[in-house]
Design a protein around this ligand. Structure first.
Ligand SMILES: *Cc1c(COP(=O)(O)O)cnc(C)c1O
Length: 436
């Protein structure tokens, strides 16, 4: 296809008729905005308008765009090889990335399985847990327990542990595995904690542990399932209950990882260690698609205890075509190094303070149900569903890019956002909320 295949105007028309967007209709698609470049925290639209990216491309672009260090890492790796299969071959970028991850992950994490997206890393985590129990001769322990309001991805295993009401369970009922759901905690700090917060979870675990392979949850911050924050005490109690009832704990840190909540990983805020952990999204600084599932020695030893074919023969049964893609590993190494060399804790704290201060006027609106901030995440929850198309247009008029969903208008900007840009971003959010 030659470069001038489309005239200036008709490519968008073609795209609208033939290319699907996330959670979209092909017949009545919402408006999409063509981007031609991205630099710093700015996206540049085809018509020349520039907007501040308040979404960091769905949690990913923590350093912003066109980052010299990350560009250089990709270019250097490209000179050697873009990709080779990981079956029977290996390369230094994968080893370097694994070393860096194990250095920053919770202390008990010992092994890394690379995959190509967050959802797949969740599938791998579920497999690890199921294979673990299978190898112990406890094949009945194959279900999962989670809390309501979660989001873990769009593939079938991941979908089965998303919130049963806002997730896609109704659409795929009879196809999606039936998992167990406990009430999510309703308090977001340890001061207001009471034992009632864990009652539902405790009773599910007590009644079903014999059939449970693992508990899976997003630590501290539930992302796409509703942007809710909960008390670290809940996670501490979950950890000790999992130990007491002999059930593995999977922490899905795909959204929360790499500093977003103020600590490198959110589980640190509760001082707990998971048995299995999923990471993705900001792993490559938003450059390439890459995810990983980490696990403890206990989990890998357990899987390897299987003796015969029927028990899985001790090998983990997964192997994506693009496993440990070298370009993605190389840029992930550069992104983590850049993060570690930056004052990221200070930056996230500064953003947190600014968001708290600048979004608080929105509480005055009768249309607003709640305003909450955690780390570099700011959420305005409306009482009614947001008209995404209209609100997006109003925000763009003010030079800001956000993608509201449901009742939520929220931001998780790149950590490098400047004070004046954050001011413009939050002013725009307040303006659309407070608009008569
Ligand atoms: C985004 C997300 C996923 C899914 O990741 P994909 O890369 O979109 O497949 C899983 N879990 C959490 C917590 C997420 O935020």
């Amino acid at each position: 296809m030659n470069k001038d295949f489309f005239s200036q105007s008709d490519w968008l028309d073609f795209e609208r008729r033939h290319v699907w967007h996330p959670y979209a209709s092909m017949q009545q698609p919402l408006q999409v905005y063509p981007v031609v470049a991205a630099n710093g925290v700015m996206l540049e639209f085809e018509d020349g308008r520039r907007v501040i990216d308040g979404m960091a491309s769905w949690w990913c672009a923590i350093h912003g765009y066109a980052v010299p260090e990350l560009n250089a890492a990709i270019e250097a790796q490209l000179k050697n090889m873009a990709h080779v299969m990981f079956g029977g071959l290996t390369h230094k970028p994968a080893a370097e990335l694994a070393a860096l991850l194990l250095q920053i992950a919770p202390e008990n994490m010992a092994h890394v399985f690379f995959s190509d997206s967050g959802s797949v890393s969740v599938e791998v985590a579920i497999k690890m847990a199921i294979q673990y129990w299978h190898a112990q001769g406890k094949a009945k322990k194959s279900r999962l327990l989670t809390i309501r309001g979660g989001y873990h991805g769009d593939t079938f295993g991941a979908m089965s542990v998303c919130d049963p009401d806002t997730g896609m369970h109704h659409l795929f009922s009879g196809i999606v595995a039936q998992q167990l759901f406990a009430d999510a905690p309703t308090v977001d700090d340890d001061e207001t904690w009471s034992d009632a917060q864990i009652a539902s979870f405790r009773s599910r675990l007590k009644n079903h542990h014999h059939e449970l392979a693992a508990v899976i949850l997003e630590p501290i911050v539930q992302g796409a399932g509703g942007m809710r924050f909960y008390a670290p005490e809940f996670l501490r109690q979950v950890r000790s209950l999992c130990d007491a009832y002999d059930v593995l704990l999977i922490c899905d840190e795909i959204a929360t990882g790499f500093g977003r909540t103020g600590t490198m990983f959110a589980s640190e805020q509760a001082g707990i260690q998971p048995d299995i952990m999923c990471i993705g999204k900001a792993l490559t600084g938003g450059y390439m698609t890459l995810a990983a599932t980490l696990c403890s020695e206990k989990v890998s030893d357990g899987i390897h205890a299987a003796e015969d074919e029927q028990d899985g023969a001790g090998v983990l049964m997964h192997g994506p075509t693009f496993m440990a893609n070298p370009l993605a590993c190389a840029v992930a190494v550069a992104s983590i190094q850049l993060l570690l060399d930056s004052p990221w804790q200070q930056r996230v704290l500064t953003i947190e303070k600014a968001l708290k201060h600048m979004l608080s006027p929105c509480k005055a609106s009768a249309d607003v149900a709640d305003v909450r901030v955690k780390g570099a995440i700011g959420v305005i929850e409306m009482k009614q569903s947001v008209d995404v198309g209209r609100v997006q247009q109003q925000l763009i008029e003010q030079g800001v890019w956000l993608r509201p969903f449901g009742k939520l208008i929220y931001t998780m900007p790149p950590y490098v956002i400047e004070a004046s840009q954050l001011e413009q971003l939050t002013s725009a959010m307040c303006a659309v909320v407070l608009r008569p």
